[in-house]
Ligand binder design. Structure first.
Ligand code: CA
Length: 218
């Protein structure tokens, strides 16, 4: 899962990025409205955290532009503490949820998890498919009830594939959703990663569809 954070307060940005990275997400950041709008329009994210008060272009305008451009990525806005009007305007501009500042990091992460789940049509926070169980609150995957030790990349890939269960997922889609912007795309890297994951979750679990991508065979 890959998340964009648009926030001009460098300390809040750093804390959010650190917390989301340790929760298993690939994270991109933007420190002003123009950068944020551009990234959200051109890259693939599973969710976006958007501050409203931003230099160059304010959060509400960004949100309105994204929605007009047809970008449906779930957006969590960061609002001022007592401003109910900001919350209302944000939701009406197409935000999916909000958190008021100052916030608890755990609340933001729990809300992001819920937004991503809902956007992928998943109701239960613990997702079980065949022998595999994904617990996003613990950032852990279990096989037959036993936790599997994974690198952050392996976890992101497994979580993404489980949430897209039934779909054939191309290498490009995998690259876009498990790496941050700095990653230089090379399809061999994905093959190596898939093979490493097969050793951990079972070779039969990930099926290769030649020329198309991969599918969870569960
Ligand atoms: Ca701000």
């Amino acid at each position: 899962m890959r998340v964009l954070i648009v926030e001009d307060d460098t300390e809040i940005l750093r804390l959010l990025a650190t917390a989301l990275t340790s929760a298993g997400y690939a994270v991109d950041t933007a420190g002003d409205g123009e950068d944020g709008h551009h990234l959200g329009s051109t890259e693939s994210y599973d969710s976006i955290i958007l501050d409203l008060g931003l230099p160059k272009l304010d959060g509400l305008s960004i949100l309105e532009r994204w929605r007009k451009e047809g970008i449906t990525t779930p957006v969590l806005i960061l609002t001022a503490r007592d401003s109910w009007t900001e919350k209302v305007k944000g939701l009406r501009a197409g935000a999916d949820d909000y958190v008021a500042k100052p916030f608890q990091m755990e609340e933001v992460i729990a809300r992001i998890e819920a937004l991503i789940r809902r956007a992928k049509g998943i109701v239960n926070p613990v997702l079980t498919i065949g022998p595999l169980t994904l617990d996003t609150a613990q950032s852990t995957v279990f096989r037959d009830g036993r936790p599997i030790v994974m690198t952050p990349l392996e976890y992101r890939l497994t979580a993404y594939m489980m949430m897209r269960h039934g779909a054939v997922i191309s290498k490009t889609e995998i690259t876009e959703h498990i790496y941050d912007q700095s990653f230089d795309c090379d399809s061999n890297v994905i093959e190596v990663l898939i093979n490493r994951l097969r050793k951990k979750i079972g070779a039969e679990v990930i099926e290769t569809r030649r020329g198309q991508g991969y599918v969870l065979a569960l």
